[in-house]
Each structure stands twice: as structure tokens, then as C-alpha cells.
Design a protein around this ligand. Structure first.
Ligand code: HAM
Length: 417
């Protein structure tokens, strides 16, 4: 878990600003769900045989005896909220987005943290392939507004409850005949859920995976049609994609479309192999978690990975607004008057720097110089008693006295906001 220091905050703010603009443009409303949920929600939703639930969840018993978990992802919590608040009765799809911290007990390394942040978008209550393509397009737009070029979207379809059992059987017998070549974890996974083996990052398992049967060859007609249509939408929208026939994603709820977005430019080496966005369709999750049937689709981007790529490529976030005015004060009464004056400047939208803890004019002027303001306001004991204040132009050193009541108006005329 890491601190996000002040110098990195502008990057995070920029990401959240772009996410907010793009998500709202596409009709998504913000939702905030609790960081803590019942562990059972993720055991059922994310899936008890997934690495996330099996190995990475921070779960504990509360004093009241509930089994709780720090959320490792957004999707199950948002679906719980959709069900709990009867959102099925709203016009469908209900489009929701969220940003915030998530927790996974990982081996910390570049781009992989134990507390990290995502922006997550979910469209619940619509089975159309257009929604899957729209989500991919939204993630592309967010990334390209953040300056990312050379993005590639890996897509696949992993079928539904009609065609998956047969594919799983095929996969099981394929892996059984090659179990000696798999890692110990995969020999176990193979029995619980052979799809998990496709997701293993061990080199030896990846070698076996490259020869495994491909899902696209065994999709039922409905899933095939859906997938073809998603690809047609992507073609039409000029979104570059690559069909990865073994992409399954490490969460249990997916049906049909799955996708991941990678950046092959300006990413630190360790990150080039990691997806910055991942998502897919999950038509059975709402029902599984106790709601009525509601097909859905969504995805999430990793903020730390995006920020790290932005920093690596020298892409600067928007420059923070810088103060043009500095308020220097000398003595107790001026200090007291300063607080009120600062509020008046804030109300007028003028950013003012100050060091209310300092008493020496020399120190304060040096500080004003360092901040690089155009004007310093000097409020001494005499001025405070007379209801006036000095405006000092920093480059020429020229000073003039104005009435305290007029100073905000005067400064409004002089500085660009
Ligand atoms: P996910 O693939 O587990 O999907 O995570 C999405 C993104 O979060 C990843 O592509 C990555 O950028 C980032 N991420 C994941 N784990 C870490 C970590 N330990 N440190 C830093 N970044 C990380 C989900 O979470 C699904 N809920 C996405 C989704 C929404 N599917 C449908 N709706």
C-alpha cells in the first residue's frame, strides 16, 4: 500500500476529471458503494475459485461476527446496490460509474499494489453487443484524452451457460493429457475450473495454453452472433483490436465478450505486459446475487498503471492553478483581518498564497518571490487600523495604498483568473 504524495496528485486529478467528463457524456451516473462488504458477496460474485477470492482478499470477522471483506473490485458491490435499490424498475440499461480504492493481497511489484484505484463503468440491464462495443470505445476515449496512443484491445468471447460446459469438458481432457507440463496450482485449478488454467501467468502453463482448444470454435449460435456483432461495431468505430482466443480473465462472472486494453508505448517495461483496462459482459451475475435476470456489461481501468505510464512518457497533467497574489501581514490585528480577506478572495475566484504563521515582512516577501506572484498585498498594523492595504507590484516594486473594502475589486481588475 502506498502514499500518493502531493506531487502525484495532479495526475490522479487529471485521470478522474477525464473519466468524469467521458462517463457522463455517455450517460453514466456516479455511484459510491462501501469499501467493506460481506465476504460472501465476492465469494459468490467474483468467484470462490478465483485468485482474487482464494488468495488476495482481505477478509476478517467483525466484532458482531459478520464475515467482511475489503472490496477487491467494484462490480459485485455495484450489482448488490442495483438489486437492493430496485434499479431494475428504472429505464434499462442503468449506467453507473465509480472511482475509488480497492484492496488485493498481491505480491507488490511495478503496477501491482495492495491498495490501488480503479475507475469502473457498468451498464446493467441490456444484452446488446452495441453496449460491449460502447464500453470499449469509452475506455479508448478516456485513454486517448489522457494522451495514450498505440492502444490495443484484446477481445474474446467465452460463451454462456449453453456452450461453456462442453468447452470446459474439452479443455479438461486437453489439460489432463498434459498435466505434467503444468504448474502445481494449475494441476489443482484444472479440476475446479479449467478456464483458470488459461489465465495462469507461469511460462510453462502459457506454453501449454497456446495449443489449447479455442473458445471461438465452440460457441453456440447465439454467442457467435453476439461476438461477430461486437467485432463489427469495433470495426465501424475504427478501434484497433486483436482477437486473443485464450483470453478468459480471472473473474468468474463473465459471459460472452471479454476484453483487455494494453498500451505498447511509453509504458515502463514491467507494465507493458499488464492490462490497463479489463472488462466484459456478465449476463448471469445479477440473478446469481439474488436479483431478477438482467444482462450486463462493464469494465475497469487501473489508475496507478495509467499514472505510471503518463509519468514515464513525460505527459504532464493539467497544470495546477497558481496563485497570482500573495497576502503578507504584520501583527495580530492584520492576521485576524487576513482570514476574512482570504475568504473574500476565494469567493471572487482569485487564488491567494499566504504564510499566516510568519511575522517578518522580509521572509514573507521572499516567499512571495518564490511562489512567483505578480502582486503582494501588505497589511500592517497601521493599515489594519485605518481600513487600508498596500498593493505591491512585484516586478517593479511599485506600491500603492487602497481601501481594504475595495481591494478584491481592485485585484479583480489586475489579475487574470
Ligand atoms: P480486473 O482486470 O481485475 O477487473 O481489474 C481491472 C484493472 O485494474 C486492471 O486492468 C488493472 O489496470 C487494475 N488492477 C488490478 N489489480 C491491480 C493491482 N493490484 N494494482 C494496480 N492495478 C490493478 C476488474 O476488477 C473487474 N471488476 C472489471 C469489470 C467491471 N468487469 C466488468 N465490470
Amino acid at each position: 500500500m502506498h502514499d500518493i504524495l502531493p506531487e502525484d496528485q495532479p495526475y490522479y486529478e487529471r485521470v478522474y476529471e477525464v473519466v468524469d467528463q467521458v462517463a457522463k457524456f455517455y450517460g453514466f451516473s456516479r455511484i459510491t458503494t462501501p469499501v467493506l462488504e460481506l465476504s460472501e458477496l465476492f465469494e459468490k460474485g467474483t468467484g470462490s475459485s478465483t485468485d482474487i477470492v482464494e488468495k488476495q482478499m482481505y477478509s476478517f470477522k467483525s466484532k458482531g461476527g459478520d464475515s467482511l471483506a475489503l472490496r477487491p473490485e467494484f462490480t459485485p458491490g455495484i450489482v448488490r446496490s442495483y438489486i437492493q435499490h430496485g434499479m431494475i424498475n428504472l429505464p434499462q440499461p442503468v449506467k453507473l460509474f465509480s472511482v475509488g480504492p480497492l484492496f488485493r493481497y498481491e505480491h507488490p511489484q511495478a503496477g501491482r499494489y495492495r491498495q490501488f484505484h480503479q475507475f469502473d463503468l457498468e451498464a446493467i440491464g441490456d444484452s446488446s453487443p452495441a453496449i460491449d462495443a460502447e464500453l470499449i470505445q469509452i475506455f479508448y476515449s478516456i485513454l486517448s484524452d489522457l494522451g495514450f496512443r498505440h492502444l490495443i484491445c484484446e477481445v474474446n468471447s467465452i460463451g454462456d451457460s449453453k456452450c461453456r460446459p462442453y468447452y470446459k469438458k474439452l479443455l479438461s481432457s486437453f489439460f489432463r493429457s498434459r498435466q505434467h507440463a503444468l504448474c502445481a496450482d494449475c494441476r489443482r485449478r484444472m479440476k475446479v475450473n479449467p478456464l483458470r488454467v488459461l489465465d495462469c501467468k507461469e511460462e510453462k502453463c502459457q506454453r501449454v495454453r497456446s495449443q489449447a482448444p479455442q473458445f471461438v470454435d465452440h460457441l453456440c449460435d447465439e454467442c457467435k452472433k453476439h461476438f461477430r456483432s461486437v467485432l463489427e461495431f469495433l470495426d465501424e468505430a475504427d478501434i484497433p483490436y486483436h482477437l486473443d482466443p485464450h483470453l478468459v480473465r480471472g473473474l468468474d462472472y463473465y459471459t460472452k465478450t471479454v476484453f483487455e486494453i494494453y498500451s505498447d508505448q511509453h509504458s515502463p517495461d514491467a507494465l507493458r505486459q499488464s492490462a490497463i483496462v479489463g472488462g466484459g459482459r456478465y449476463d448471469a451475475l445479477v440473478k446469481l446475487l439474488g436479483g431478477k435476470e438482467a444482462p450486463a456489461s462493464g469494465g475497469a481501468g487501473g489508475v496507478e498503471r495509467i499514472v505510471s505510464a503518463m509519468k514515464e512518457s513525460g505527459r504532464s497533467p493539467l497544470k495546477a492553478r497558481e496563485p497570482k497574489v500573495y497576502l503578507a501581514q504584520l501583527g495580530d490585528l492584520p492576521k485576524r483581518k487576513s482570514l476574512k480577506l482570504l475568504e473574500e478572495f476565494r469567493g471572487a475566484g482569485i487564488l491567494v498564497a499566504e504564510s499566516l504563521g510568519r511575522d517578518s515582512l522580509k521572509v514573507q516577501l521572499a516567499r512571495a518571490d518564490k511562489v512567483g506572484v505578480e502582486y503582494t498585498l501588505i497589511l500592517g498594523q497601521k493599515e489594519a487600523l485605518e481600513g487600508s492595504i498596500v498593493i505591491r507590484k512585484m516586478d517593479t516594486g511599485k506600491q500603492e495604498m487602497v481601501k481594504m473594502d475595495n481591494v478584491v475589486r481592485e485585484m479583480k481588475k489586475r489579475v487574470k483568473r
